[in-house]
Design a protein around this ligand. Structure first.
Ligand SMILES: O=C(O)CCC(=O)C(=O)O
Ligand SMILES: [Fe+2]
Length: 223
């Protein structure tokens, strides 16, 4: 059982992160996580179903459904031209509010989220064996931060530098409810998911298998 200042916190020392990167373990409550998982089950129904995007002809092991703008390697469009041509769901207002709260929480500055209006979210689903190689989130034309939320199984998250996909990097675990933000000098840092730890989702998070990750972004696109 998790208790205030219990072993679960002691076991997760704050990692050293480069400027602009922030980690807030256990930011979402279990109620919030469950509510978001219910939304996830709605999003995957379409109008654009969840799918594994193809990179140079190969399906990614992660499956993705998008809100606001549809992402495919390596551009955004309103219609999912690589899936079924349908327009993606609107970006929800509640997620804009959540993104603003997330920036305040991550930076400790209550005003940090005031001007933040994310207009796309990539919602990824990882099964037991899914991974994501080191990459930069660089298809956006805005330098606004990326807000990342995790629900379900814990994963190993590798957060690196802006120059290479290799060291120096920091490995940390992203568990259900954790918030991670990268902006400023870390906005274009390479990052990836080397591993998911199957069966580690906490009871009550709403997801029995796998891991959901939501990254909110500002595309900087109009129309
Ligand atoms: O799953 C994660 O935590 C990271 C996802 C990610 O880097 C992305 O969607 O670009
Ligand atoms: Fe990414």
């Amino acid at each position: 059982m998790s208790t205030l200042f219990g072993d679960d916190m002691i076991d997760r020392p704050a990692p050293e992160l480069p400027a602009g990167a922030h980690f807030v373990p256990g930011w979402l409550t279990l109620d919030e996580q469950r509510w978001i998982v219910t939304r996830f089950h709605e999003w995957v129904q379409g109008p654009v179903p969840i799918r594994a995007a193809k990179v140079r002809g190969h399906e990614m092991s992660v499956q993705t459904v998008c809100l606001g703008w549809h992402w495919r390697p390596y551009e955004y469009s309103r219609e999912a031209v690589d899936v079924n041509g349908n327009r993606v769901l609107e970006f929800p207002d509640w997620m804009v509010r959540l993104g603003r709260k997330a920036l305040s929480a991550a930076t400790g500055n209550p005003r940090a989220g005031d001007d933040y209006t994310p207009d796309t979210a990539l919602v990824n689903y990882y099964d037991d064996t899914a991974r994501m190689g080191m990459h930069q989130d660089k298809d956006e034309r805005s330098a606004a931060p990326v807000v990342s939320l995790s629900i379900g199984d814990t994963c190993k998250f590798r957060f690196g530098n802006t120059e290479t996909r290799n060291r120096p990097y920091t490995d940390l675990d992203l568990a259900s409810g954790d918030l991670f933000v990268f902006g400023g000098p870390s906005r274009l840092a390479f990052h990836g998911i080397p591993k998911v730890y199957p069966g580690t989702a906490p009871e009550g998070c709403g997801l029995e298998r796998g891991r959901i990750n939501i990254t909110m972004r500002v595309t900087g696109l109009a129309g």
